[in-house]
Design a protein around this ligand. Structure first.
Ligand SMILES: [Mg+2]
Length: 212
C-alpha cells in the first residue's frame, strides 16, 4: 500500500489529470453555461494541454517546482479567473514542497491548505460563496483530520475525495456571490458550481491514480 508520493508519481498524476479534464470538457462547459459564460471546460482543457507539454521538461525536478511550473504553464496559456487562481494555488502549495522529491500525507494536507489560503486571498472569496473553495476546504479539512489521527495515506486520500464530492453537491442550493455568476445570483441556485466541480474532478483524477 502506498505511503508516499514521489515526483514521478506527481508527473503521472498530472498526465492523467490532463487526459481526464479533456474528457470532461463538455460537461464542465454545460455546468458553466447554466450560470456563467460556459467556457469552464474549454479553459480547463486548454490549460491542461499546456501542462501536459511541460511535463517532460520537469522529470528531474522536485515536487514544489513541478507544481509551481504547471500552475504557471496553465495560466500562461489559458489566462482566466480560474487560471489565475490555479497559478496562485500552485505557487503557494508548491512552496510547501520546495526541494522535496517525496511527500507524505501531512505534506499533502499542508500544500492544499496553503493553496486554499492563496485562493481565498486572491479571489476574495469565502467558503459558502459557491466557488472552488466549497470543494477545496472540505478536502483540506479531511486531509488534516486524517493526518492528525494517523490514518494511512491511501485511506486518507479516499476520505478526502468523499469530502470533496460532498462539498461539490453542497454548492447546488447555494447562491453565487463571486465572479460573473453573481450577475445572475438567483439563477445560480439549483446549479452545481463549475469551479468546485473542476477541483473535484482534478482531485478525483489524482486520488484514482494514487490509490490504484
Ligand atoms: Mg466561465
Amino acid at each position: 500500500m502506498r505511503t508516499t508520493i514521489t515526483s514521478a508519481d506527481l508527473l503521472a498524476v498530472l498526465a492523467k489529470m490532463a487526459t481526464d479534464m479533456e474528457a470532461q470538457k463538455d460537461y464542465l462547459c454545460a455546468l458553466d453555461g447554466a450560470m456563467g459564460d460556459g467556457d469552464q471546460g474549454v479553459t480547463m482543457a486548454i490549460g491542461f494541454g499546456a501542462v501536459r507539454k511541460v511535463l517532460d521538461s520537469l522529470k528531474d525536478q522536485d515536487i514544489g517546482t513541478i507544481i509551481t511550473k504547471c500552475g504557471l504553464a496553465f495560466n500562461a496559456t489559458a489566462a482566466s479567473t480560474i487560471g489565475a487562481l490555479l497559478a496562485i494555488a500552485c505557487m503557494r502549495g508548491g512552496r510547501e514542497a520546495k526541494g522535496q522529491h517525496e511527500i507524505g500525507l501531512a505534506d499533502v494536507g499542508r500544500m492544499l491548505e496553503a493553496a486554499q489560503l492563496g485562493i481565498q486571498e486572491r479571489g476574495k472569496a469565502q467558503v459558502g460563496d459557491k466557488t472552488v473553495l466549497d470543494a477545496l476546504a472540505p478536502t483540506v479539512a479531511a486531509l488534516k483530520a486524517a493526518a492528525a489521527t494517523g490514518t494511512p495515506l491511501v485511506e486518507a486520500l479516499k476520505q478526502s475525495l468523499a469530502a470533496a464530492e460532498a462539498g461539490v453537491k453542497a454548492t447546488i442550493p447555494m447562491k453565487s456571490k463571486m465572479g460573473r455568476a453573481a450577475w445572475i445570483a438567483e439563477r445560480s441556485v439549483g446549479h452545481q458550481d463549475p469551479g468546485a466541480t473542476s477541483f473535484y474532478l482534478m482531485w478525483k483524477s489524482a486520488v484514482e491514480y494514487l490509490t490504484a
